[in-house]
Design a protein around this ligand. Structure first.
Ligand code: ATP
Length: 430
């Protein structure tokens, strides 16, 4: 983890939030390279979840919602973590994360640490809305992005041609007053989520079928991004750890440097959300089967993952170091830059002009990095550290035969490719 965190800072992937003011615990700013990585992940996810499917539509609901929505979904009372406080230094921890508790006790070297009794701590972040002092209304920043989907169930039914079974996909920011943010971006107080709420007939057999379907499908997704199978596993929730809404719940976990950790959750939420929103809003949220005329509140199979957390695990899986170099063996689909273009030297106008021509052409179809500083070895090293799959060098031979040197990140092999073939060659790989 340590060399990866240093690399992320050094190469503009992730910076501590508000760093020049001493930071703000649990927040992170994604730099120029990290922003590209996030965008690539989200674009691929949207393509997989929405673009390539007939049975899922997208949505982008507001972060701020009528507070009644959070009462209905149970978050104002049920979105809680247990909290204990160290009687020596008053730092707070989660008793359900025993490793973190033990780690803290060790910091008080040899002293016996006493803890307060566990109390429930609500994770919703409060905000105040309105312009008249004293009359502002208290609202919540969304603690998960799910609610915005359920409250639009009817709107989506009325404006699209979807029929059950169908899903609504959404991604966006969520906020949690986490008791113990930490492990770099693993648990932060502001993060993004990517979710599909998949509505099905309210029947046990359908529930089991789609729950299994989505488990397999999500595992396939992470493998398609180049993650190692041996670092991933399913873990079913025990009855006493299931969220207040869940009929069945499984996590996909990652074998992190600090143990197996949740990367995403797959939940059978039953009809909890829609029936509660129907009850609290007084609006009819039932579905009418167009063939049988049968009316019911559907069940929801949810797949919910973060963005920063899977990206951290993808980066950990991709991180490589040997005696010569450090590099990110990222799947080319995810790589922030697809290719870097180098003129061999920066003081030969003919070489620079040719390199610029190639750079300007390629960047119409992909993210391209440009570097004309220092020696080629240093330029390769910089690109390796952000996972750029290919580097192209324009040299004197290019001016004679219209070929360039293409160097591949993982094998470090070099070959000459015709300038006219470059774009097709790279697009095929990415
Ligand atoms: P944990 O117990 O590890 O904090 P959770 O069980 O509360 O996680 P869910 O509510 O199931 O998490 O959220 C779904 C997904 O959203 C998680 O699997 C994770 O990828 C992401 N996520 C949740 N909380 C955070 C957070 N504080 N920071 C970053 N990502 C998060």
């Amino acid at each position: 983890m340590e060399p990866l965190v240093a690399l992320c800072k050094r190469r503009g992937i992730v910076f501590p939030g508000s760093e020049i003011y001493g930071g703000l615990a649990g927040t992170w700013d994604w730099g120029p390279v990290g922003a590209l990585l996030k965008k690539n992940y989200k674009d691929l996810w949207w393509k997989d979840a929405v673009q390539l499917r007939d049975d899922i539509v997208g949505l982008d609901a507001a972060i701020m919602m009528n507070p009644k929505a959070w009462e209905a979904s149970g978050h104002t009372t049920g979105f809680v973590d247990p909290l204990i406080e160290c009687k020596i230094c008053h730092q707070r921890f989660r008793p359900d994360k025993p490793d973190e508790v033990k780690g803290h006790e060790a910091t008080h070297k040899g002293k016996t640490v006493e803890w307060t009794e566990p109390q429930k701590f609500n994770l919703l972040v409060k905000a105040y809305l309105g312009i008249i002092e004293g009359k502002q209304s208290e609202i919540f920043l969304r603690g998960e992005i799910t609610n915005g989907v359920h409250v639009n169930f009817k709107n989506v039914l009325d404006t699209t041609r979807v029929q059950i079974p169908f899903g609504i996909a959404q991604m966006g920011k969520a906020f949690r007053n986490e008791i113990t943010p930490g492990n770099f971006v693993f648990r932060s107080r502001e993060f993004e989520q990517l979710e599909v709420q998949f509505y099905i007939k309210p029947e046990e057999a359908e529930g089991k079928k789609w729950f299994e379907y989505w488990k397999k499908d999500r595992m396939k997704w992470f493998l398609s991004l180049g993650m190692k199978r041996e670092n991933l596993r399913f873990r079913d929730h025990e009855d006493d750890e299931k969220a207040h809404y869940a009929k069945a719940a499984t996590d996909i976990e990652y074998n992190s440097p600090w143990g197996w950790q949740e990367m995403m959750g797959i939940h059978n939420r039953g009809d909890w959300d829609l029936s509660r929103h129907q009850q609290f809003s007084g609006k009819n949220l039932t579905y009418r089967d167009p063939e049988t005329g049968e009316t019911y509140i559907p069940w929801d199979i949810e797949t919910s993952s973060g963005l920063e957390r899977p990206l951290l695990f993808i980066l950990l899986d991709a991180y490589r170091k040997d005696e010569k170099r450090e590099w990110l063996q990222l799947d080319p689909k995810l790589a922030p830059y697809k290719v870097a273009v180098f003129p061999l030297v920066s003081n030969k106008p003919a070489l620079v002009a040719k390199a610029e021509e190639i750079y300007h052409n390629l960047r119409k179809s992909m993210m391209v990095s440009w570097d004309d500083r220092g020696n080629i070895g240093k330029r390769y090293a910089a690109q390796d550290e952000v996972g750029t799959p290919f580097c192209i060098t324009i040299d004197y031979t290019t001016l004679e035969d219209q070929t360039v040197t293409v160097r591949e990140r993982d094998s470090m092999e070099q070959k000459r490719v015709l300038v006219s073939d470059l774009e097709t060659f790279i697009l095929k790989v990415i």
